[in-house]
Design a binder for this molecule. Structure first.
Ligand code: F0G
Length: 457
């Protein structure tokens, strides 16, 4: 008999979590104004809000925490991280930042001016926020297949080269760089193929534009390339990662994802002049260039985590867990973005609750139902997140309204996944009884989803 699959690690430390009653949860979510960001963590049983900063560090990472060098300038931890980054990505220059959006803030301060256009594959919300904050705009050139959740395509994160070339042809002089988000979070944790990465590089060369990788989940992207792109089947993850980064001029990184740490980020690049410009902004916004808002111990943990995040056995364990949850949900006929992505399940709320008007936020409604059912916290990736159009101030209704269930790395077992799956099934079985959604009673002008207040519609 073939041996079953099992995790490539075992537990050394645990944290107790507590179930609650439905009555408690009804009270708590009302107090939180139906915004799951406003709940206290002890009010949650299984927290799938994000896979960012929520992973479990390894014993080797904790060992690095104990040996961090806390010198203000020239810390050995900085050099250790610099060595890891250049070894894995090939970038000679790097700046630490406190997290991914800080990396965007520093880099974009050097590169983006009012009126610029930044094309790419579904910019993450902070990326888009940092672009729009500078009176510039983001153009989503993701392939159309990504927006049909029923369609199975191995690389739904890919850029539509025709859409990209249109932008470069018609407004090339306003494009400071092209961005590739690996994996494409907003489209469902969907990977970009190396073939597509090479094609984007070719177009960038034709139009003399640099390429930026938003690299938060670059290890997961490389894993999918190995599994789904026949030419790379026999390559190691390290080789695939090296080939990916050979196509980029610079990267921003949220280390809270594939470097499996609780805080941290960085920028890396090939160009010394750009490094110098960014250094100035880093010192102003983050901290001196050898710590950038991080403690030395954090940089040690990232230096180690970067290697663990591209370990094949780790990636296989992680992505198989996401797939496990996805397959259970598919067995219950629950509509999902397919194929199942790298870090999360994206439930298609418009297909789950087709009778709810889009103005009543179906994905947010589903997130609230899931919390009430089982104390599971997911997050809306849909209309609330999309904000209003910065010019017209009208609500933007994105192509997809999704409930994302992001799986923290090395944290939950498949028993937890079973609880989530059955909770969603129970809601699916009584979906016709969910007669209405929610309306906004308070919202911030940008990134409103974090603080929005709602009431039943
Ligand atoms: N880019 C991508 C693709 C991301 O997913 C995130 C964060 C960031 C940039 C920003 O990084 O949080 O370290 O400042 N995504 C988290 C999420 C928050 O839940 O998907 P950060």
């Amino acid at each position: 008999m073939e041996l079953p699959f099992a995790e490539s690690y075992k537990f050394k430390v645990v944290e107790v979590i507590r179930r609650s009653t439905r009555e408690e949860r009804e009270q708590w979510i009302r107090t939180a104004r139906y915004n799951l960001f406003q709940l206290r963590s002890e009010q949650i049983f299984i927290d799938l809000l994000t896979d960012s900063g929520t992973g479990a560090m390894s014993d080797k990472q904790w060992a690095g925490i104990m040996t961090g060098d806390e010198s203000y300038a020239g810390s050995t931890s900085y050099y250790k991280l610099k060595d890891s980054i250049s070894d894995i990505t090939g970038f000679p220059y790097f700046l630490p930042t406190h997290q991914g959006r800080a990396a965007e803030n520093v880099l974009f301060s050097a590169l983006i001016k009012e009126g610029h256009i930044v094309p790419g594959n579904s910019h993450f919300d902070t990326t888009k926020g940092h672009i729009e904050f500078r009176q510039a705009s983001a153009v989503d050139c993701t392939i159309d297949e990504a927006f049909d959740t029923t369609l199975v395509h191995p690389f739904k994160g890919n850029v539509d080269l025709r859409k990209l070339e249109d932008v470069l042809k018609t407004s090339g002089e306003r494009v400071p760089f092209i961005i590739l988000t690996l994996t494409n979070n907003s489209a469902g944790g969907q990977p970009v193929s190396l073939e597509n990465i090479h094609e984007v590089r070719k177009l960038a060369d034709t139009y003399h534009k640099p390429v930026l990788f938003d690299s938060a989940r670059f290890g997961e992207n490389a894993y999918f390339i190995k599994l789904r792109e026949p030419a790379y089947r026999n390559k190691t993850i390290r080789e695939i990662v090296a080939e990916m980064f050979s196509c980029a001029d610079m990267m921003t990184m949220s280390s809270k994802k594939d470097a499996i740490v609780n805080i941290g980020g960085f920028i890396a690049m090939r160009d010394q002049e750009l490094y110098r410009q960014c250094s100035m902004f880093n010192i102003m916004f983050e901290g001196y260039i050898t710590y950038g808002g991080l403690a030395g111990r954090d940089m040690n943990a990232i230096a180690q985590g970067l290697y663990e995040g591209i370990d094949f056995d780790f990636l296989e364990t992680r992505i198989k867990q996401v797939e496990y949850l996805g397959n259970r949900l598919l067995d219950f006929n629950i509509p999902l973005q397919q194929p199942i992505g790298g870090h999360a399940i994206f439930v298609d709320a418009r297909r789950f609750l087709p009778h709810l008007p889009k103005e009543e936020f179906p994905a947010q409604t589903l997130a609230i139902q899931l919390y009430l059912e089982a104390g599971v916290r997911g997050v809306e990736i849909g209309t609330l997140l999309a904000d209003r159009d910065p010019v017209t101030r009208e609500n933007r209704y994105p192509a997809l309204d999704m409930l994302r269930l992001a799986i923290p790395r090395r944290v939950y077992t498949n028993n937890h996944m079973d609880v989530v799956a059955v909770a969603l099934k129970n809601i699916f079985d009584r979906r016709e009884n969910i007669k209405s959604g929610f309306r906004i009673i308070y919202e911030a002008p940008i990134m409103r989803h974090f603080t929005v207040e709602l009431e039943p519609a």
